[in-house]
Design a binder for this molecule. Structure first.
Ligand code: IPM
Ligand code: MN
Length: 352
């Protein structure tokens, strides 16, 4: 039997609760396949930092690099928790992983499910994916502050966009668009204002489009794109965009398709030089942590993306179908359920 060697980083808050359910779903989905899992848990996150001072050391990073893939929960301390500097764990753990493991494609599908209420007037199905660049933009920490605390303070965050970095995500997005029935790609940027980066993105899309003549593409400024995302999200198929725009629009995308509790993501290393990492889009939700209130669906769907990435597309589909069945079940009986009850129901829907 093939062994899949996974690193598990459950993290903070509701992370461990939802990851426990995602693991159950992984096992159930692959029960009849010739695969088994070897799991290594890494207790990284806020508590680990408080106890040891480690966010993510180079030694730990080297160990994480040896696995086939990473299942990630959520990280982040409660707002107002003064024991840890704000954003430290985000930058030194999550972003360090994305950067060091070269997760250039941050893949974020958005889909409506039958029976799941959305805030939109129309219940026409929505099904698009966002290919968010994951290693560049203003996330790289290229900036600084001078004359801090004075009325003349200047603070900068320079957005880095390299030809190589833009080209590889644009190409990936075209590949994904070509594989989908509608074959549509939308570049979202703001090149009327961000002329330098905007034009690099635009020129790159124009050039790559020549190799994908069956894909139709268009361009939208990010502000206008957000109007369409609330008035006509059905128009989108594949969206390609930079790291910061992608962060913001995927929260809106999750909200319009039924909530952040269902939004899964994959941080993909496209040439297999390091493990890819799969995580729910939501955060650690410290306000509901430890109460069994978190919906594990986003983590479970992230496990499905993980299986698909590892070439186990049938097992991935099993999870997706089980989630779909569970969505229908909750439409019929909307009584609140615990994290574990939802996980159990999804496992049961897989026939176990
Ligand atoms: C996300 C998160 C992260 C991001 C934070 C926690 C650094 O919001 O995965 O969308 O901005 O990418
Ligand atoms: Mn975000």
């Amino acid at each position: 039997a093939k062994t899949i060697d996974l690193a598990v980083l459950a993290g903070d808050g509701i992370g461990p609760e939802v990851v426990a359910e995602a693991k159950k779903a992984l096992f159930a989905a692959t029960k009849n396949d010739e695969v088994s899992f070897e799991l290594t848990e890494y207790p990284l996150g806020t508590d680990h930092w408080l106890a040891t001072g480690e966010t993510l050391s180079d030694e730990t990073l080297a160990k994480i690099k040896t696995h086939d893939a990473i299942l990630f929960g959520a990280i982040g301390a409660a707002p107002g928790d003064t024991r840890i500097p704000s954003g430290l764990i985000e930058r030194e753990l999550l972003l360090k992983l994305r950067f060091s493991l070269d997760h250039c494609v941050n893949l974020r599908p958005s889909k409506t499910y039958p029976g799941v209420a959305t805030p939109l007037a129309s219940d026409e199905p929505i099904d698009f994916i966002v290919v968010r660049e994951g290693t560049e933009g203003p996330y790289v920490g290229n900036g600084g502050v001078i004359r801090e605390g004075t009325p003349h303070e200047i603070a900068t965050e320079v957005s880095i966009n390299t030809a190589h970095g833009v080209h590889r995500v644009v190409k990936d997005a075209f590949e994904r668009a070509q594989a989908r029935p509608r074959k549509k790609l939308t570049l979202v940027h703001k090149h009327n204002v961000l002329v330098n980066a905007g034009h690099l993105w635009r020129r790159t899309v124009e050039a790559v489009a020549k190799d994908y003549l069956d894909v139709t593409w268009n361009y939208l400024h990010v502000d206008a794109a957000m109007i369409f995302m609330t008035t006509d999200p059905q128009r989108f198929d594949v969206i390609v965009t930079d790291n910061l725009f992608g962060d913001i629009i995927t929260d809106l995308a999750a909200a319009v398709t039924g909530g952040i509790g269902f939004a899964a993501s994959g941080n993909i290393n496209i040439d297999g030089t390091a493990p890819s990492m799969f995580e729910p889009v939501h955060g650690s939700a410290p306000d509901i942590a430890g109460q069994g209130k978190a919906d594990p669906t986003a983590a479970i769907l992230s496990a499905s993306l993980l299986l698909d990435h590892l070439g186990l597309s049938e097992a991935a589909k099993r999870i997706e179908n089980a989630v779909l069945a569970d969505m229908n079940a909750r439409a019929e009986n909307p009584a609140p359920r615990s994290t574990q009850e939802i996980g159990d129901a999804i496992v049961t829907a897989m026939g176990h």
